[in-house]
Write a protein that binds this ligand. Sequence first.
Ligand SMILES: Cc1cc2nc3c(=O)[nH]c(=O)nc-3n(C[C@H](O)[C@H](O)[C@H](O)COP(=O)(O)OP(=O)(O)OC[C@H]3O[C@@H](n4cnc5c(N)ncnc54)[C@H](O)[C@@H]3O)c2cc1C
Length: 380
Amino acid sequence: MTVRHSDVVVIGAGITGLSVALHLAEAGIKPLVLEREGVAAGASGVQPGGVRQQWSTPLNCRLARESAAFFADLPSRLDSTLPLGFSQCGYAFLAHSEERLAQLADAVLIQNAAGVPSTLLSPDEAAATVTGLATDGLAGASWCGEDGYFDRPQSVVEAFAQAAWARGAELQVADVVSISPDGDGWTLTLRDGSSIVTERVVLAAGCDTAALAATAGIDLPIEREARHLFYSEPIADRILEPLVVAPERHFAAKQLADGRILASDLAATGDPDAGRAEWLGHVRRVATDLLPRLTYVSFSISVTGFYDVTPDNQPVLGSVDGLPGLYLAAGFSGHGFMLAPAVGRRIAEAVLGGVADDALEEFSYARFARGALQRELVTV
Ligand SMILES: Cc1cc2nc3c(=O)[nH]c(=O)nc-3n(C[C@H](O)[C@H](O)[C@H](O)COP(=O)(O)OP(=O)(O)OC[C@H]3O[C@@H](n4cnc5c(N)ncnc54)[C@H](O)[C@@H]3O)c2cc1C
């Protein structure tokens, strides 16, 4: 049986594991990244690149601001020649009830206190901001002009991988079947029967993190939840600016740089073969009501991916009491791409024995036992 040794192993080459690996490599550690299929084989290969700073908790606003600053300087930060254009079109969250508007207003106060330049809009202001928005039943909206999306989000993931390799990280294609504490370190058993012994291991395996953690006796409350995106063919005219989310209508849409419209039914759950026609019908109905300019858009392509969802829609980050050398970075509940720069830095610092960190404390695994859950309310 082959046994390989490594100081630090990161399991998962999605955006999270790659950001951790990048930050470790920048600190002079050469992590070994173990990935079952290939770079961006999980949710990171499906996500459409949304990056926003509108959140309902101070911590998420801070993580988002740190990540936004990293993303703003991405090509030079990663020494990348890949197309990494960020479209800063803004995000509008619509409220179709006074209750939702009050929730958005509370969130805007929290965002502003953290330095996020968001604001609350009246229905008329929302209509002036969102091309062709119907204001029937609209109570108002929140808006942040610094939000937007990467038009080629998978290029961003590849750029993280290239930058990590260039700085000394190593990738091995390997399916990890179990992890177990072993003296001062960890033994990772691979599907081919070989094993890797490491001092420190970071679990960044997306939806599969809970199954791996279970092999070390950790009961992680992370559920796999299917999400479905509908794409149109490219449309020559710009008919939708900016990105619109209508949570009470379970609807989100944006127009990509190449003209395609991307839309989703945020409540779609279950078997895609059985549900696709119904979800598409919902998308078309809401698009017609809310954004009449989308009435004749045909959504010919659908793509399914999976969120790794926790009970409070917050990730699980950092170490686990009683299991030294193990670090968790999963459960991103649909927003792991946009927070990856800040998360990667903080996990890497913890692995290197850094000082206490507010995010790793608030999002620790221990919070579930304490019952100290603060749910993130601004989700998509
Ligand atoms: C439809 C959809 C839309 C989304 N939109 C956005 C958005 O606009 N903005 C945003 O910020 N986020 C968005 N997200 C969420 C985002 O995609 C995820 O939060 C993020 O990609 C998680 O990255 P990750 O690296 O943690 O996990 P993943 O990308 O899932 O990576 C985990 C990796 O681990 C590997 N792996 C798993 N098990 C093992 C094992 N046993 N051994 C070895 N390797 C293993 C997998 O092959 C995979 O490559 C969206 C997600 C979906 C599905």
